[in-house]
Write a protein that binds this ligand. Structure first.
Ligand code: AQP
Length: 333
């Protein structure tokens, strides 16, 4: 039997190589298996947990969809929609927030990272975001959720919420307890400027990431300027232990060519770093530029994009509203 896949990406602009290698590339592989049922969501309700310009948000929703399609997701073999169009998500999130415990939420490291020092100024939405994420997943009886390593903790919370609801209301197996799909290696792509920080959309410096809309010149320039160290290319994994930037770049390269870090180490051992950077740029240009060009083309076809979201929203709404009806019965509304 195929898997029921659900995953989402926030339309916060600047989709980058981390989103691609950590999540979207996996979406495409799962979508290519015709036994799987895939739902990919542009999670706009999540996006507004931090301030968004309404006009930009509207464009970013289309751009996120265009990035899915340009990366190879087939809209005929998946449901693609934006979250705010299906009101069941907000409704289920409220009900599940009465199942989730504050103690569970306060352990979420992403909130701590995103809220920074001034936690009191962070929105309530940013704090309760993982409950909405649980609702997203559980509404569709999803069995598997492909995510980057940074979302692992939120997925564990989702599993806890599902189990707690099932046991509190004595409805065994009502919510399916989903499994994460996280790549074993290179599941967290780091900033090009600091190998200890996650590559992120909200990082101010554009040089810290490869955007899916970058052209060849931008990619080559960013890799040229990417932080490295003064040591030669390593000849063993051990030598990469305290070299986060070198490890990250070699991981990106290995991931892009579907190889392993070990093999990349062997291939470049004894060479100099600039030689490796040239090869990395070349592979990146080969993989990312076609995606970037396709995104730009798709963005001129607004009606086509809107039609995909409309179709997706109708299908998603049918499934999610049925599930919410059952939730109402269970809780006694
Ligand atoms: N650096 C990363 N490495 C691997 N995977 C990543 N993901 C994000 N960054 C990396 C994965 O991409 C999917 C979509 O992410 P998201 O848009 O929902 O939000 P995020 O994780 O908060 O992404 P950013 O770039 O860090 O956004 P900002 O800067 O706005 O907070 C997820 O599966 C995520 O794991």
């Amino acid at each position: 039997m195929g898997k029921k896949i659900f995953s989402g990406v926030q339309p916060t602009g600047n989709l980058h190589l981390g989103n691609y290698l950590g999540a979207i590339k996996n979406f495409v592989e799962l979508n290519n298996d015709k036994h799987n049922h895939c739902i990919f969501c542009v999670v706009d309700l999540h996006a507004i947990t931090t301030k968004q310009d309404p006009k930009e948000l509207r464009n970013n929703i289309r751009e996120t969809l265009a990035s899915f399609l340009a990366s190879g997701i087939n809209p005929k073999r998946s449901i693609i929609f934006n979250q705010s169009r299906v009101s069941a998500h907000s409704e289920a999130a409220w009900i599940l927030s009465c199942t989730a415990r504050t103690g569970w939420l306060s352990r979420m490291t992403q909130f701590k990272e995103k809220a920074g020092k001034d936690k009191e100024k962070a929105s309530v939405g940013l704090y309760s975001y993982p409950v909405l994420m649980a609702a997203d997943i559980l509404l569709y009886d999803s069995t598997h959720v492909p995510v980057g390593d940074d979302q692992k903790q939120h997925l564990e919370l989702c599993r806890d919420i599902a189990q707690r609801f099932n046991s509190d209301f004595e409805v065994e197996d009502f919510f399916k307890v989903p499994e994460p799909i996280i790549q074993k290696e290179f599941s967290r792509i780091m900033s090009l400027k600091d190998g200890t920080k996650k590559m992120s959309k909200s990082e101010l410096s554009d040089l810290s990431r490869i955007n899916l809309t970058d052209d060849a010149d931008q990619i080559i320039n960013k890799i040229k300027k990417a932080k490295t160290d003064s040591f030669p290319m390593p000849s063993s994994k051990e030598e990469l232990k305290d070299r986060p930037e070198a490890k990250n770049l070699m991981g990106i390269y290995s991931n892009l060519i579907n190889s392993t870090l070990e093999k990349t180490i062997i291939d470049f051992s004894g060479k100099n770093f600039s030689e490796f950077k040239n090869s990395l740029s070349q592979v990146l240009v080969e993989k990312i530029v076609p995606i970037s060009e396709e995104i730009k083309k798709l963005l001129t076809e607004k009606n086509y994009l809107d039609k995909i979201l409309q179709d997706g929203h109708e299908k998603a709404n049918e499934i999610a509203s049925e599930k919410v009806k059952k939730i109402h019965e269970i809780v006694g509304f």
